[in-house]
Design a protein around this ligand. Sequence first.
Ligand code: GLN
Length: 492
Amino acid sequence: MTDLHRLSIRELSEGLAQAKFSSRELTQHYLNRIAKIDNQVQSYVTVTTEQALAQADAADALRQAGNATTLTGIPIAHKDIFCTQGIKTTAGSKILDNFISPYDATVVAKGKDAGLVTLGKVNMDEFAMGSTSESSYFGATKNPWALDRVPGGSSGGSAAVIAADLAPFATGTDTGGSIRQPASFCGLTGLKPTYGRVSRFGMIAYASSLDQGGPMARSAEDCAYLMNVMAGHDAKDSTSMEKSVDDYVANLDNTTLNGLRIGIPKQYFNVDGLSNDVKVRVEESLKKLEELGAILVEIDLNMTEAYVPTYYLIAPAEASSNLSRYDGVRYGYRCDEPKDILDLYKRSRSEGFGAEVQRRILIGTYALSAGYYDAYYVKAQKVRRLIQQDFLKAFESVDVIAAPSAPTTAYKIGADLTPVEMYLGDIYTIAVNLAGLPAINAPVGFDQDQLPVGLQLIGNYWSESQLLSIVHQYQQHTDFHTQRAAIAEENA
Ligand code: GLN
């Protein structure tokens, strides 16, 4: 079979159940594609061929025995930020180049319990800091829609594997847009859940009060299947919420677009640097939702100007604290022949971390230092609360809020944006993390260079089902999510 990679997750599940193909055939099919095509995309850091085939055989045996469940035997790629027992986990960094975790992240363990087959670990910006995946120690991943473009970041590898059909779905993480922006750049659907919905245990920390794992796939329906696996309380993550989990697949048709109130923040459509193509495609998608019954309501989000400075204080502050554990002593990279303990720390860290990570550690350490803590960190926390209140006020009059996911489509590789230019590109995504809200990206068309454009819908707390359902219904009436990059059409 040459076209297994074109099937949706539901079709894969049905095909396996009806014995149209085995998990081994399906897994081998993806491994063949990776062997043939990934040298162009460079999305995998590690391909776990042997383990994948063993897991596929185990899945087939389970099915033979009548014990298969919905996703038994379906392949997945994991962002290389999720710890995988026995397989290296790098977070895109030299400092973890040889790190093999002694345990699985909860998300990975849940995937195994559901019978998913791990194809491998995929590339990302170093420690998830970035918007292009170029800060990875392992080099830049290419955007399958245009190989001279970035796939976005930090979950750029996750987006690229799906867009090139090198995995049917993938895990991602989103601290300030890292699921939604690469999904937007690669024409995919990606959901950033409410903070606390998905366990962070075994997910390498960037900024702990913002980090959240979530699903990336072609459609909302595919994401719903993965969300059913990922979501849920975990005693090993004290910030994970003890709250019942929806059946996201069963709920896909449960939200009616008829009368749904979509807030359009005035401030968001006057942002400097918003590309006209993005603006027009997003407006068209909103018109489509209006045709399907939704009501568009103009709203105010007055704190918009504060998003970038607030996020770029809080995220680096938390990062500087989280990354202090990489000291060359316990695990990870260690410099050669240290003179003494200070030299060991200094050289291990300056040789092990890349430039962007070092920049964030410096900013964060400064913001947390005595004398500056109140002026920067504490103030940023207060503004963070105001940003959250701004959203909560908006949700008194609307059901969801619409925005672009990013002001532009995918950048050229090597565009060499200054840090500030890059940070400004996060304007539409980072406030959602500061407020802890869920949000989704849906593909809504292409710009004049045939690069995908994404619409973002932001929901109130715990509204993942609603967001998936809205996008699912939009996708029943549009075909942007089914369009494929030329490289995905190549057969292996
Ligand atoms: N681009 C943002 C940053 O660099 C967001 C990254 C993320 O969500 N991990 O911090």
